[in-house]
Design a protein around this ligand. Sequence first.
Ligand code: MCN
Ligand code: CUM
Length: 778
Amino acid sequence: MHRKEDARFIRGHGNYVDDITLSGMLHGAVLRSPFAHAKITSIDTTSAEAHPKVRAVITGETLAGLGLAWMPTLSHDVQAVLATDKVRFQGQEVAFVIAEDRYSARDALELIDVDYEPLPPVVDARKALDADAPVIRDDLEGRTDNHIFDWESGDRERTDEVFAAADVVAEQDMLYPRVHPAPMETCGAIADMDPITGKLTVWTTTQAPHAHRTIYALVAGLPEHKIRVVSPDIGGGFGNKVGIYPGYVCAVVGSIVTGKPVKWVEDRSENLMSTSFARDYHMHGEIASTSDGKILGIRVRVLADHGAFNGTAQPTKFPAGFFGVFTGSYDIEAAHCSVTGVYTNKAPGGVAYACSFRITEAVYLVERMVDVLAYDLGMDPAELRMRNLLRPEQFPYHSKTGWEYDSGDYPRTLRLALEKAGYDELRSEQAQRRELNASGRSKDLMGIGVAFFTEAVGAGPRKHMDILGLGMADGAELRVHPTGKAVLRLSCQSQGQGHETTFAQIVAEELGISPDDIDVVHGDTDQTPFGLGTYGSRSTPVSGAATAVVARRVRERARIVASAMLEVNPVDLEWEKGRWFVKGDPEAGKSIQDIAMAAHSSLELPEGVEGHLDAACVYNPPNLTYPFGAYLCVVDVDAETGQVKVRRFVAVDDCGVRINPMIVEGQVHGGLADGVGMALMQVMAFDEDGNHLGGSFMDYLLPTSMECPSWELGETCTPSPHHPIGAKGIGESATVGSPAAVVNAVLDALKPYGVRHADMPLTPAAVWCAVQGSPLRT
Ligand code: MCN
Ligand code: CUM
């Protein structure tokens, strides 16, 4: 089925925040810090206020007067809305100008005079805990260092024992660099405080409208029914639109101060420099095995760079997200990891870019470590994986770090990927190529990279998972109108994933109503039930389950109505898609449309049965879902220029039952392109003063069709046993699994040069330096 929403998108009729214009609307712009770390000694806004088109200038001091200078982050920290004391990263919000038009607001920024006293910045996370490191968060009481948290998982002692007894131990330091999802649409908001009704409406780019509303309620002290958050069409979120940004809060305050609606939409550089980044994990991995390649244990130490405020959005009990699944897809005896989070003078964030709550980092780590081990053992990396993958009979599998993998048949999926790629032929082609290289007849290298991943998505069971105290369940409401058309209301919010299509398909499958007759309403807190929103590929696992459950409840209500219509006992009715009929008499039946009309009619219903045809549900998932996949990448590398070309990419994904195969493939295509981008091109770089070096698309590179091969997809289907329709999430799988496949492929190409590891991004310079055996200078 084609996507219902594309009819408006491909005609240019999407309705994004910046398309909305309200009567009398003013425009805001943010003044940002040029320094990574500096004391603010004074801010003079006189000239800006004198600008003929400026209506107001808001500073940290104005906000402090309202008790709004600081706001809570999603990780139990606070973040400056507008700086009052210091600036803590380049691009931090310092003042907000409200003017009659966007250009005047921007012009007036230049009229604001701020005196800064620069302070030494902490740029390298590895130096953040040094005794002489400047303390970034001196706003927090009693704070004498840049330490945020320590978190560990697994059994340290048991792991140490396993390592002590192992034949082989391989160690490797690796960095998953700071990257940014860079969605097509940047972030923005329009705030409209109605002075008569006291109702605040915020149109905003949010992946989690209900969570945002509750946070506004808590921060502003307004009751929730006086706040309406609307998330219209969104041009990509990728985790960038989970958090609340200072610009949103400034727009709200601006509307209160001026009595007019205020629009604030950031530009591309602001998006890249100040909004939620991803990764920035410095990892030290160790892997232990027998000499013939049975993996015994994995041990990891991580230093996590969280920037100037701990603004990552992770479930409360999981400060390092779901990094705990770093044991990957393998049957091992023991594992342990410890993660230390630190502050640095960089933008806050940390949940973004299809990360599945840090499973991107975990999968990259374990898949690189398996290749490092293969290198040391002189074993084929695909064979090493096959030897250690969990076996189908081990499911449900209880991992050594406490996760319950719901279902899987890993060897089948890996075998399929190897067959599709023609693995043996590729290896023989490579052997021939290496002969040519060795005899100096060619400098063209070829590499084959394999990665196998398992994700844990669909957060999550309320008793284990909450964000800022809000449990991670989601509501759904389904109403069938008298004519048999339906409306489904969801708490999650699509940013391009196609929910208006796929969620209609779930109802269609359960009730036999055409998906064209089912309207999916989302992204408006006044119109939808409460729930935590779309991220961590949770919509299908949680809201998708809620949708199947409400549809089934409606079906059961329909059965009672049908029994009254047919004057039979409900137990004597049988369901076939779209109708209830009398067992043994298929002719005597009523379609769901007939039943819907009857449910709204004067038909007498049994005692205690209400009329109409609707249902609601709050779905509290019993477990996460565990999608998985096997990826294989083939690259050609020019040893003389360091240029990498991705020749082929085979991706076999298993996300259980696929609701819409085309949408699933689209999700995978997008994620694979992300992986090529991260592996070869992307990094948010900083100089030693903390200047951001990637504030535009000239420096922060996005992959295009030129860098991507024609993806070769395959699938296996292992339904989730606890999900009502057996579906698992897919939205982040390819971003999680693909970087390791590409990096493994490049390093496989460089094997003859004795290169075992090199960090992303594997730019031509990085590859060339690795070949030369010289350190990369950035
Ligand atoms: N789907 C399906 N069958 C399945 C699983 C999913 O047909 N077995 C469909 C779903 O119904 C949905 C889509 O695939 O239409 C993605 O579903 P899901 O895996 O549940 O992920 P979410 O809908 O929760 O989307 C979130 C996920 C995340 S966290 C990031 S980051 C990301 C991603 O989606 N951001 C995206 N993919 C994106 N795609 C687009 N176009 N834009 C983004 O911002
Ligand atoms: Cu981690 S990016 Mo998605 O979960 O929105």
